[in-house]
Design a protein around this ligand. Structure first.
Ligand code: CP
Length: 309
């Protein structure tokens, strides 16, 4: 199969360790730019990027828009709800029409697994996957890796716990792929109903259903959002019980305080998968993750569009 990266960024699965580390280095230099009084480097001036979000998003959408503007791109935010998709136009025709306007990149989020890869087969602009169903969320994993490296250095041998709804999580999947490429040890924990049938196929090293045991000896805890609709499907008994058995509670935090980085991709359900005291603790890098997201998305856009005429 033709390698899509660095023409497109569809998933972490197709990136090498060197590709990931190169993006981390680029993100570090863009982060320095973001800390200056004038926070822009118009290296992509004249490039046009369309943000095509078919699912709700706060962090990813705004972060891409900020990154694009910091690099001097012209930015178009496509609104699916007011587009001709509502008149029966297909996604393919919508994309072909947008591309006919001579744009350079499309950032796409959709509930359909593999839609970004499908778009890349008939479209010549750069496609960036901003989350496709339960498949991958590569830019989230890259900003997570950047944040871990920034705080812990080399990730080889580091123990990273990903806790929560692993089965339905594109963030978990992309993080597992990236962490394994960098030599980290990946642990997952959650109710059996929210774990993949065979997590070892994804590259996971250890599987836990007991959060008290899972948090022992970890360097990072990446806590995932519990989608409240899963409870209606009977995948766990109640929010209170989820918090008691699997939440990163204040009591559990007391046992690992000072030794583990606390992460969450957002949006957070405070009091469900993570207690407020933990989310706002000195070990939490939840907001720095968001800051790093802008630098990482600048790095990705620069890598994909920087060398293009
Ligand atoms: N982490 C993440 O993808 O958040 P949004 O859904 O707000 O973009």
């Amino acid at each position: 199969m033709e390698k899509l990266y660095p023409k497109h960024l569809i998933g972490i699965e197709e990136l090498s360790k060197e590709d990931i580390l190169e993006l981390v280095e680029l993100a570090k230099s863009f982060k320095e730019v973001l800390e200056k009084p004038v926070k822009s480097v118009p290296t992509l001036k004249g490039k046009t990027v369309v943000n095509l979000f078919f699912e709700p998003s706060t962090r990813t959408r705004v972060s891409f828009e900020v990154a694009e503007k910091r690099l001097g791109c012209d930015v178009i935010n496509f609104s699916a709800s007011t587009s001709s998709l509502n008149k029966g136009e297909s996604i393919k025709d919508t994309i072909l029409n947008i591309e006919a306007m001579k744009i350079d990149a499309i950032v796409v989020r959709h509930s359909l697994v593999d839609l970004p890869r499908y778009i890349s087969t008939f479209n010549s602009s750069a496609i960036i996957n901003a989350g496709d169903g339960a498949h991958e969320h590569p830019t989230q994993a890259l900003l997570d890796i950047f944040t871990m490296i920034e705080n812990l250095g080399d990730l080889k041998g580091k123990v990273v716990l990903i806790a929560g709804d692993i089965k339905h999580s594109r963030v978990a999947r992309s993080n597992i792929y990236a962490l394994k490429k960098l030599g980290a040890k990946v642990r997952i924990c959650g109710p059996k109903t929210l774990l993949p049938e065979d997590p070892y196929i994804l590259g996971v090293d250890e599987v836990y259903t007991d959060m008290d045991k899972a948090i022992e000896g970890v360097d990072v805890i990446n806590n995932l959002r519990i989608q409240l609709e899963r409870q209606k499907k009977g995948l766990f008994p109640s929010i209170k019980e989820y918090n008691d058995f699997f939440g990163l509670t204040s009591e559990r935090y007391e046992r690992i305080k000072g030794n583990a980085l606390i992460m969450h991709p957002g949006p957070m359900n405070r009091g469900v998968e993570i207690d407020s005291k933990v989310a706002d603790s000195k070990d939490s890098v939840i907001l720095p993750q968001v800051t790093n997201g802008v630098a990482m998305r600048m790095a990705i856009l620069y890598k994909l569009l920087g060398g293009r005429g």
